[in-house]
Every structure is written in C-alpha cells, then in structure tokens.
Design a protein around this ligand. Structure first.
Ligand SMILES: Cc1ncc(COP(=O)(O)O)c(C=O)c1O
Length: 448
C-alpha cells in the first residue's frame, strides 16, 4: 500500500496490477506479462504506445518552449496551429476552440460558456441543460452532475438544481424498450418524452442537451436508427442546442472523424479529449460555433475579461503532441481504417451472440460491448458487478484487457492501429474468458 488515493477504485482493491511498459497495442506488467490493451487505456491510446514520431514532436516542443500560458492576450505557435487544425476538422460551423487538460474540464468550460452566452445574448434565464441516464461526462462537480450514472453521484451532494440539470432517458433499446415496442416506436417515445420535459420546464429556460454519440462508460450504448434525427428535430423546434460529448467517440473511434458525422448529429458545441493526443499527454478542447464565441466577445470586452481559464489551457506540450497526432490520423487514414476493421470486429463479436451468457452484442467502429445476463430469454441481469469483474479478470489472465461496466457490460475499445490479427487475438482471448465465466456462474448457481 502506497500513499496514493486511487481514482475510481474500490479502496479495498488497489494495486492489483502495476503496468510498467507499453509498445504498439500491448502493455506489460512488472512481471513482464504481455496484455493486448483492448480498452486503449481508458478509451484513449488510439495510436498505441511508444510512437517515435510523437515522442520526437514532444521532445522538440519541450526544447523550444516548455510552457507558456494563454491568459491576458498571450499565445504561442503550437496552440494557434492546433486550434486551426481542430476547427477545420470539426463538423461545427466556424468552430472556435478553448483548450484545457481533461474531458471533465472541457465540459465544465462549456457549462460556463453556455451561461456567459445566455447573458450575452439577452436570455439570462436560458441556462438549464438536459442530460441523459447512462451518460458519462466527467467527475468535476458540474460534469458529474451532467453524468447520469449513480456511482458518480452517490455521497457527493452534486449541484443538480444550481446547474439546472434535467434528466431524460437513455437510448438503450435492449434495456429500456417496453414489451412489444419496435426500435422505431422506442425512438419516437424518447423524442416524445424529451418534448414533454421541455414543455414542462419551459423551452425558454433550456440552453442545451448534452449527449455522447455512443454512450461509452454507461455501457457502450449504440442508439437505434433515427434516434439523433428525432432528438434533433425536437431540439431545433425549441431553439435548444445539441452539445456533443466526443471525448470517447472523437478522432475516428466510430470510423468517422467525429461521432456526430456517423450518427447524423448537428451540434453547436462539443467536448474533446483522450484521443486528441492519443493520451501521450493531457489535453482537452471545448469547441463552439462561431456565433457563440462572437456573442460572448462583446460583453467580455466591456467587462475587460472572460474570467475562465486554466494554467494549463493550451499547454505547448499538449498542443504540439495533438497537432502531430491529428496529422498521423489523417496521413495514415486511421478513421477509414477504424471503419473497415470495425466491420470485421463487429462480425467477430457477433459470433458471441449465441454464447449462453451473452444478452446483447453492441459494436460500431472500433468500439464494442457484450452484456452478460443471467437469462438470455428474459434478459434477467446479474446482480452487482461480480460476474463482469470475474470476466475481466479471466480476460486479463489470458492476456487481454477489457473493462467491466455497470450492468455487467464488457467493453472493448482497442487502439485504432490494430490489424485483423489483433481482432482475432482479442476474440480468442475473450472467448476463453467467457467460457471460464460460464464455469464460474454455473458453479456459483448464478444463472436462472
Ligand atoms: C464521454 C466522456 N466525457 C467526459 C469524460 C471525462 O474525461 P476525463 O476523465 O478526461 O475528465 C469521459 C471520460 O471517460 C468520457 O468518456
């Protein structure tokens, strides 16, 4: 036991693995055991480990300028270059970029920008934000309040009311559909529920709805066909902005530059982090449409300052690394690669649909999940996380990292640089882990 307080960890189960080295899509523990990193760390190491081009770009930047802040009119070349690249890549019109260091702080920045914009545009009451069950947007006080997972709320007394957080249902057909409801009916119901919520609260009080294209930490939930089109129709009707959380889906994860393109979302703002630097160093971006940035520029200049910024906003190291990472994504056509290989991964993953423990198979691009259930016919879930945790440990014993998420969903999110042979390795190891899990569940009498 060290002096460390560990993040998102059961305090009774710390230091179960010491990761000491990484190379390509593999990591190695202290004993030298190799693992295929089937989760790209925390959905972030898209270019894998030990990429020399990135290391050289980082070294050059540290030799040239190791730090420069961006307060009070200062800037530096790497930040300007990155902001222009990001704005050009993003689907947002006339995009403007605010830089931070984590997905949580990018979402916090957007909460502040929404509030600032409400005042600047003469609608000071328009600050409420709609968020969804099973959404994950971070752990700072504001982003945790937007998150829709009980584990991130319990005991923290989060400022839901102060922030005007409104909650609507998850787009999870497998778990949330009513008996006999088709996917189209389910989508129509979700859109109706959203409209009812907006009318009950007063559309003039609601600024935005936050949504991940595919919910990641909530269980890799892929919305049914037509979901975002239906949601967007309701939001547009009441002048409510779509706030796209691209922290996982951004930069090719779903086979397109951003999840918004794949799922036909029309966002006015988005949060990016993780694969923006392929997690070589921390960096995030809050991106908004030009009219929002322009509207806040007026009042800010009257007041003398837009009073929000981090010491590490636009850190030169993060900017130089992100710039190089974006160049590599484009040069190596990695978004297209994720789309093509994603079709293969989905096909291989769907082979587990017949496994006695598997209730739902979800896959899009290089993101996927299996939901483990106690009964395939009734979809009865396992209680707690014991079964998912066993399965993740069994995968680890076989040399594969996967992540157990709430609802006993086993997530997969491998680095974008993997090839078909790695998909096959993942499926072989996952298959063995599932079989050991079945033995465990049978021995413990957990199926029904
Ligand atoms: C969709 C989404 N948004 C925001 C965050 C928060 O990012 P961070 O952990 O960098 O604060 C995450 C982290 O997993 C995420 O998945």
């Amino acid at each position: 036991m060290t002096a460390m307080i560990y993040p998102t960890t059961n305090p009774a189960a710390t230091e179960v693995m010491v990761v000491s080295r990484g190379e390509g899509p593999y990591i190695y523990d202290q004993a030298g055991k190799q693992y295929l990193e089937g989760m790209a760390g925390l959905w972030c190491t898209s270019l894998g480990y030990g990429n020399q081009e990135i290391i050289e770009a980082a070294t050059r930047q540290m030799e040239q300028l190791s730090f420069s802040h961006m307060f009070s009119g200062k800037t530096h070349p790497s930040a300007i270059e990155l902001a222009d690249k990001l704005a050009a890549m993003s689907p947002i019109e006339d995009a403007r970029v605010f830089l931070g260091a984590s997905g949580s702080d990018a979402n916090d920045t957007l909460v502040k920008l929404i509030r600032y914009y409400a005042v600047a545009s003469g609608q000071p009451e328009r600050v409420k934000i709609i968020a969804r069950d099973k959404g994950y947007h971070g752990v700072s006080l504001a982003s945790a309040a937007l998150t829709g997972l009980p584990a991130n709320h319990t005991h923290f007394q989060l400022p839901f009311d102060a922030l005007g957080v409104l909650r609507t249902g998850a787009p999870h057909y497998y778990r949330c559909a009513e008996p006999g409801e088709t996917e189209a009916d389910f989508v129509a119901r979700r859109a109706r529920e959203l409209e009812t919520l907006i009318l009950a609260e007063g559309p003039e009080t609601i600024a935005a709805m936050i949504a991940e294209p595919v919910n990641g930490a909530g269980g890799v939930i892929i919305p049914p066909e037509g979901y975002f089109e239906a949601i967007q129709g309701v939001l547009d009707k009441y002048g409510i902005m779509l706030w796209d959380d691209e922290v996982i889906c951004g930069f090719g994860r779903l086979g397109t530059a951003f999840g918004a393109e794949k799922l036909n979302m029309k966002p006015k703002m988005m949060a990016c982090a993780k694969a923006l630097t392929s997690a070589y160093v921390p960096l995030s971006a809050a991106i908004v449409a030009g009219d929002i940035a322009d509207a806040i520029a007026g009042p800010a200049s009257d007041m003398g300052v837009f009073g929000h910024g981090y010491t590490y906003s636009g850190h030169p190291l993060g900017c130089a690394v992100a710039s190089k990472v974006l160049d590599i994504y484009v040069r190596d056509r990695l978004f297209e690669h994720a789309a093509t290989l994603g079709v293969y991964m989905a096909k291989r993953l769907s082979e587990f649909a017949d496994h006695p423990l598997v209730g739902e198979v979800s896959a899009m691009g290089l993101l996927g999940a299996l939901e483990l259930v106690a009964n395939k016919t009734t979809k009865q879930p396992f209680e707690g996380m014991k079964v998912a945790q066993f399965c993740a440990k069994a995968a680890e014993d076989n040399g594969l990292i996967i992540r157990p998420l709430g609802g006993n969903r086993m997530a997969l999110c491998p680095p974008l640089i993997i090839q078909e042979v790695h998909v096959d390795e993942i499926m072989d190891k996952l298959g063995r882990a599932l079989d050991s899990t079945l033995d465990f569940v049978t021995a413990e009498g957990l199926t029904v």
